[in-house]
Design a protein around this ligand. Sequence first.
Ligand code: ADP
Length: 484
Amino acid sequence: MKILSVASEIYPIIKTGGLADVAGALPLALAKHGIETTSLIPAYSAILPKLGKGKEIHIFKDLFGYEAKLLRHKVGELDIIALHCAPLFERMGGPYNDINGADFSDNWARFGALAKAAAEIASGAVKTYAPDLVHCHDWQAALAPVYMYFGNERAKKTPSIVTIHNIAFQGRFGFEIFENLGLPQEAFDIDGLEYYGDLAFLKGGLAKAWAINTVSPNYAQEIKTAEFGMGLEGLMNARSHELHGIINGIDYNIWNPATDKDLTAPFNHNLLSNRKQNRVTLNEIFGLKRSKQPLLCVISRLTWQKGMDVLIDAIDDIIKMGVKIAVLGSGDAALEAALMAARNRNTGSLGVKIGYDEALSHLMQGGCDGILIPSRFEPCGLTQLYGLRYGCVPIVARKGGLTDTIIDANEAALNAGVATGFQLDNVTKFDLLRAIERVKHVFSRNKDWAKIQKNGMKSDFSWEKSAQKYVEIYRGLIAQSGKI
Ligand code: ADP
């Protein structure tokens, strides 16, 4: 079985968030089931050195007005097809925005081109490669099923699936760009791309893909409601028979506290005392005073979604409770500034690093006692899974995949010896402080705390089980296409 995975980022080549982790790890997990995955990604200038020379497999004479090429590359164990188009992808900044953080104004063309390239591959344009199924991740790839739906017989008969990593990001653009997409007029209707007079790439993909999937069972339910569906709840209800929820796995080779080179002191569940040495390093890095109270961390995009405004509102009170906090993140300028101001008020108790630092994120998971994740919505969440693996106890909002993966340390769960973290009912200052009170209380009972850490470290969120579920969906869709 040959799968073409289409994504705008893929770890370890280019990453801004959880999408990259999934796009990078799933192909390796699927390989164990005999599935060949090739990943189609844009050849951003920042990743050209990592891609190396590559082998040309196709030329587009006119892709959104530009000449473009598909090159095959091998990066580690990943099979990559990169879409090389200098005017679209070779520029300063990140995958989606310029150096000032503003979205590129032609993102519709950049990711429209990515999706169009995927559909062309499905239509048989590349002589040396033909996928059995196209798996699209998020809005950046979501136009592919639309192009396939309106494409040649072969493209139409190739199954497609769209995975929603976050339904809040919909790739919404003004209707005036529609004529540039090269789609028939009928694609711009209520059963296609049209979205409140505008168009939304994600909506088009969700309407036309053979199946839809999201990254946790709970989020698959939540997005059918107005609170979480972000306007797409009607479509999610209409397609609920084809909507799946599969929890993300994590790569246990990369996230393994026993072998992690980013830790001062590696450890395992029988050697939790080593975590103290990691904490010493963290105290230095974040300028924190030594303390016997819990050290909690945040590793996150600093946004409203992640509940960072609520955390900032509560932070002085949390510090007053004797708890220390280390924050690593970047995002909204106002939240970054508020955190820096809070740090200046709480020197020695609150450490803040603004930026993106993969190595430091590992050390924080390996040295902090808990990780705070007060998200307003969270499709799956990965940092709580890394926390579980590293004995860094997750303190999470009861939302999306956080609900599916964390067992709250209430008295019943503590007595049964199954707790793995703490949940807060609502993302409010009051509930956050109440949860931290509970954290402090259990932390003071060393045995109970160690039990929670060990439960988490032993829980299994590897890709094995989740990859199996993807295989089942792929098989079902390919059977429908009549290929098997
Ligand atoms: P999302 O994809 O919504 O940002 P996830 O929890 O699914 O949230 O994934 C976030 C990923 O990005 C995790 O791998 C996390 O460790 C990483 N991450 C987030 N912010 C930072 C940061 N400032 N530095 C290093 N890693 C970060």
